[in-house]
Design a protein around this ligand. Sequence first.
Ligand code: GMT
Length: 385
Amino acid sequence: MRRVSDRHLRLGIVCYPSVGGSGVVATEIAIRAARAGHDVHLLSYGRPARLHEAVPGLRYHEVQVSGYPLFRYPPYDLALATRMAEVHEEAAIDVWHVHYAIPHAVSAWLARAMGARELRFVTTLHGTDITVVGADRAYARPTRFALEQSTEVTAVSRFLADETVIAFGSRKPIEVVPNFVDTVLFAPGTQGRYWARADHERRIVHASNFRPVKRVGDTVRAFAQIAAELPARLWLVGEGPDREHALAIAADLGVADRVEAPGVKNQHELAELLADADLFLSTSETESFGLSMLEAMSCGVPCVSTRVGGVPEVFGGTGRLVPLGDLGAMARAAIELLSDPDQHRVVGEESRARAVAEYRAENILERYLALYRRVASGPERHPVA
Ligand code: GMT
């Protein structure tokens, strides 16, 4: 048994760099662990969106994926495994934490199989790595294998943990460690909500990566129904394949002048925008957690979402849930909150209270650090012959 409980940890973290939730969560863990005195090596194929400044104790390693005329699909998983093995040996990593199973967990296993001694890794499941991509025949078998090879597996919601057992039939225990939010940065603003502002215009936000799974067309359609009843404005925050489509729908429905796509550059600008917003709308067809809704809740913003995946678990009775695709129900729930200041105030306060009580970044980081120590001190479960 190795004893690591009384010294700082050497951590390797792997994530996708995009603005999506898993990259945000991984980068925040890396930054916070480094600030707490641990040595952190963050590996990704591009600089993660949340990593804007140098953090003492945190080293970023870009995974270079070289092309070759024969490669129609450059083998990122191999390049990542090689970089992990190198960093493992150079920095004597105690624990790896890979975010998003596909292909990061497979690369971790490969790094170990290639001879990186005592490579222990925690795999965190985020959502579509299980619910969408993992269900694809081409990926299901290696994903199941890599989960079983992981030293520990965590999922960001109970829903996702259960879904993983159903989808993969794996007996690997899965610990639920939820996502988290910086409750100081994401906090209620000072301008007051719609009833306190002179123009009474309702400020509605949708923030996502604009992938098809978010059904942002539905967000705009529900907004058009709300805007037919109340003075309202919709901010579409983020980038992705369906953003232009959403703006085109706004034009078709005659609400283009009330739909904006502000260029939000970082989490500070997002927090500023949410601080005085009145409502967050989410129309996703699946959502294992819904990190951007947690950020809205932390700002005291009521959320209205489709009743899918882990969202009911995150809301915990706050916010409003409506059936997937029922835009009338979504508009009605939103109009009710946006016309009744008392109800709006209660839901906003309950949302903020829940974010602070259950999802404070400091508390969840402690859970990850405890898990890392357990993994680092435990026996090597999968020795490579
Ligand atoms: O699956 C995605 O669309 C991307 C993924 C990510 O990498 O950001 O999002 C998932 O992970 C987030 C962070 O844990 C969760 O907040 C999202 O709910 C989840 N997305 C889906 O389940 C669709």
